[in-house]
Design a protein around this ligand. Structure first.
Ligand SMILES: O=C(O)C(=O)C[C@]1(C(=O)O)C=C[C@@H](O)C=C1
Length: 305
């Protein structure tokens, strides 16, 4: 997605969390926001109790998936946003009632819903005067069993609607990097996601996000947080580069500082300068010299072990 398309999109605020519009990829069910589902309780638990407990344990942005419209009073009192669950997506009365609460709405795509049907639910909310809608791709039933995420559909929803989109990863962070690369503004984890799952999703959001998503921070702290994500990507790549440079040293007839190939170094700096034109060859050369020498030192230390 081009930066222009991204910046032209309608960001949605859920409590203190902003989703879309040049903001970092959010992890919901992780560090950025939490959610609870009253569906899991089959409407048997008191909404007030379940939401109150969630609120007591988490001061940040909180979303709630209601079991029915009867829960919406409690939701309005304690939550920052409402999730319309995939199984409920075409319950038009519930959708209408949820939209009227006035909180931001996350619309999960029903397992068999088409793009048109999904986008129509967002329009339903807008027709009720609530345009704070985020679309969440929650997967379709397929021959693989369970549900299979359709990241192309998620991307099409973002492009067609201009609304922020989430990828529902449940308890499996394996597709987190792909979802971020496909343009997800946020990753939705299951309500009970473990800290390992949340950490993996957060890592993908930071590292892959830094590579593929331009951000538009508007404050020093937001710009520093964006720099931290870029540094996380840089460190990941540097670690990988050190390992590969070590492999070359072992494979070359003469490795280490003695086998240095300055012509190769000049060529790689020139190639990098094409991707980093603001630095250019002259400024990149000392940076890469330091990186290469650090790699050679690590390789020589490793060879002595
Ligand atoms: O390509 C090589 O021959 C390497 O040894 C790798 C490497 C590098 O880190 O990229 C390191 C030293 C050489 O002078 C050139 C490049």
């Amino acid at each position: 997605m081009s930066q222009a398309t991204q910046l032209g999109r309608r960001a949605v605020r859920i409590g203190t969390l902003s989703i879309g519009d040049g903001t970092p990829v959010a992890v919901i069910g992780g560090d950025d926001a939490r959610w609870v589902s009253l569906r899991g309780h089959h409407g048997r638990s008191s909404a007030d109790e379940v939401i109150g407990k969630a609120r007591a344990g988490w001061p940040g942005p909180l979303l709630v998936e209601p079991f029915s419209a009867a829960d919406l009073g409690a939701v309005a009192g304690h939550a920052d946003g409402v999730v319309i669950g995939a199984a409920w997506m075409q319950d038009f009365r519930l959708v209408q009632a949820v939209a009227r609460v006035g909180l931001p709405v996350v619309v999960q795509r029903g397992q068999a819903a088409t793009l048109e049907e999904w986008l129509a639910i967002a329009d339903y909310c807008a027709a009720e005067g609530n345009d704070q809608v985020v679309l969440c791709e929650s997967g379709s039933r397929t021959h693989l069993g369970g549900t299979t995420l359709d990241l192309a559909l998620m991307r099409a929803a973002a492009e067609r609607s201009g609304r922020p989109v989430l990828a529902d990863l449940g308890d499996d962070p394996a597709l987190a990097p792909a979802a971020v690369a496909a343009g997800a503004d946020g990753l939705l984890l299951s309500c009970g996601a473990t800290s390992e799952v949340a950490e993996a999703a957060h890592e993908a959001a930071s590292v892959v996000g830094a590579l593929v998503r331009p951000e538009a921070p508007g404050s020093v702290s937001a710009a520093r947080a964006a720099i931290d994500r870029v540094d996380a990507a840089l460190a990941t790549l540097l670690e990988r580069r050190i390992a590969l440079a070590g492999t070359v040293q072992r494979l070359k007839p003469v490795g280490g500082f003695r086998g240095r190939d300055m012509d190769r170094e000049r060529r790689l700096v020139a190639a990098m300068a094409r991707r980093a034109p603001s630095l250019g060859e002259a400024r990149l050369a000392p940076v890469m010299n330091a990186v290469i020498e650090a790699g050679l030192r690590v390789a020589e230390e490793d060879s002595r072990r």
